[in-house]
Design a protein around this ligand. Structure first.
Ligand code: SIN
Length: 283
């Protein structure tokens, strides 16, 4: 196995590995690389939905996937599809976010496998939330430690959300009532590395606990912009057969909508996660 970092901050390509034939030693090496790089890219993999589920099971088994319809025989494998003929250019996931942080136990990882890709475009960007935490001043770190934020699916899957109108070939169900909210720590401790991540995102983090949206917006905007500062990011170009696995406990990601007139199909799974723990200087 050969690991090549994509940037100095986040992401690595892993060469010389067939994900359908992982042994325990390779899995251990992968886990070390995953903890260090947060986003691992594997090229030239040959996966069926059953293979993707088998891999997902190796990494902790599927999380709960509301709102999105999976493949008929594999409900935990969500086809993320944009047909060449679609009227809207907007792609699924084309806004910075961390997957499903509106859940009590947001997914630990996401696995995304490219089935069909445009000749260019349709890349996915990733941002390192540990690096964002480290970039904060000591005063801001202290102010944020101990804070919680409200996460909700309302903007994407609430009664008035329009995401599904842009996805002609995906089955997305909106909530009929205002979705439940979850409170999560703003500075999250990764249970594997023990490291602190600045864990907010512009899609699902609505406000700080006990504050209004208006009061929260300026600081949230600042924090979200810091997270996606170019030096904290990497960009993954896809080809059919590319599989990328990322850590939702310390990254945001964003799909791009720049391939109008071309088809893109990905299969996506998420793995079960834990209730996020707050980082504290003493732990
Ligand atoms: C997602 O946000 O889950 C999908 C990202 C992508 O299709 O690139």
């Amino acid at each position: 196995m050969h690991i090549t970092p994509l940037t100095g901050t986040i992401g690595a390509e892993v060469h010389g590995i067939d994900l359908n034939r992982l042994d325990a030693a390779a899995e251990e090496q992968l886990e070390e690389a995953f903890a260090r790089h947060l986003v691992l890219v594997f090229r030239d993999q040959c996966m069926t939905p059953a293979d993707l589920m088998a891999l997902t099971n190796r990494f902790g088994g599927p999380g709960d996937t509301p709102y999105l319809q999976g493949l008929p025989d594999y409900p935990d494998v969500v086809p993320v599809i944009k047909e060449a003929s679609e009227k809207s250019q907007h792609s699924f996931g084309a806004g910075w976010h961390t997957d499903f942080t509106f859940q009590e136990r947001p997914p630990a990882r996401t696995l995304l496998y490219a089935v069909d890709t445009p000749p260019s475009g349709g890349d996915t960007l990733y941002a390192n939330q540990y690096a964002a935490f480290e970039a904060l001043s000591e005063g801001m770190k202290s102010s944020l430690l101990g804070l919680k934020a409200v996460h909700s699916a309302v903007r994407s899957y609430g009664p008035k959300a329009t995401l599904k109108d842009h996805m002609e070939n995906m089955t997305i169900t909106n909530d009929t009532d205002e979705p439940d909210i979850q409170l999560h720590p703003v500075i999250r401790k990764n249970p594997v590395t023990g490291k602190p991540a600045l864990w907010v995102n512009p899609t699902y983090t609505i406000r700080f606990e006990d504050m209004t949206e208006q009061e929260s917006n300026t600081l949230l905007d600042y924090l979200n912009a810091l997270i996606v500062y170019p030096g904290h990011c990497c960009r993954v170009r896809w080809q059919p057969g590319t599989l990328t696995m990322w850590d939702n406990r310390a990254t945001q990601h964003c799909a791009t909508s720049d391939y109008r007139g071309y088809r893109r199909e990905m299969w996506r799974t998420t793995t079960a996660g834990e209730i996020p723990s707050a980082y504290s200087k003493d732990c």
